[in-house]
Design a protein around this ligand. Sequence first.
Ligand SMILES: Cc1ncc(C[n+]2csc(CCOP(=O)(O)OP(=O)(O)O)c2C)c(N)n1
Ligand code: SF4
Ligand SMILES: [Mg+2]
Length: 297
Amino acid sequence: MARLTIPAEEYMRSGHSACPGCGATLVMRYILKGLGPNTIMTVPACCWTVIGTPFPTTALDVPMLDCAFEATGASISGLRAAADALGIKDVTVVGFAGDGGTADIGLQALSGMLERGTDGVYVMYDNEAYMNTGVQRSGATPRGAWTTTTPVDEGSRGKAESKKDVMAIVAAHRPAYAATVNVAFPEDFLKKVLKAKEIRGPRFFHAFSPCPPGWRYPPEKTIAIGRLATDTNVFPLYEIEAGTTRITRKLGKAKPVREYLEAQGRFGHLTTEEIAAIQADVDAHWSRLLAAEASNP
Ligand SMILES: Cc1ncc(C[n+]2csc(CCOP(=O)(O)OP(=O)(O)O)c2C)c(N)n1
Ligand code: SF4
Ligand SMILES: [Mg+2]
């Protein structure tokens, strides 16, 4: 991939109220660097409504609507229709929601927005739990992870179920563009955002967002953990454009998933056997991705 200079302009200010090391702040920063000032944000209940909105420390240099938790997709469609009715063409409408607000409570609104073909961008920043309300498990929480609702005690070994594959659900709607991005790979991230900006129709980003308090690791490790997620194939980087899948980062040999899991307290209880089962899940997902890429039209 040709190297890309990250745009210098900032549309997110310092002085917000995120935790140190918050991956979700970098997701917002990079999305806005790519899309620029002619952007309208709609954000449901999630960490970002707390990070960015309390007056007088509002953190965004673009307009932001605080929408209902389940309504992000509908809100994008409504804002787009309003902008069109007012003759405002040169604006990107962006829904910016957490994994709980997307994989669970907002899934039908997302599906509606994709099915209607709304010209807008949906960003799911994925910190893999309902963090704002105290680390409850979501459909996007990975198998084996500790959360406050998937405890590690005599009766429970963390989350028993696998992570919901939101990208596959989105891809089934055949959107104009969908991509995974990771705050630890800003060049790849910005390249995809700049590409999406030029595409019309529904566009979706699944953004990997490490969360120090929820994942139980020191704040200075956010980028290292983000890199490990992709380099172990836990969170592969790829894009789907007009039905064509392209993996945007491939190592000759992926690192063992164990290295990623051992770096986080939420996985600290896992046994060798449990780690092997998670490795098998990761390998199977990676194989499906390679097969999708190999069968492109
Ligand atoms: C209808 C409704 N149910 C529950 C809540 C409480 N609530 C606010 S934020 C939140 C967690 C959101 O989780 P997620 O979407 O993953 O975003 P995160 O907090 O992790 O950034 C919940 C449950 C709410 N505001 N509205
Ligand atoms: S709880 Fe996690 S996602 Fe929320 S502000 Fe803190 S680091 Fe960011
Ligand atoms: Mg979340």
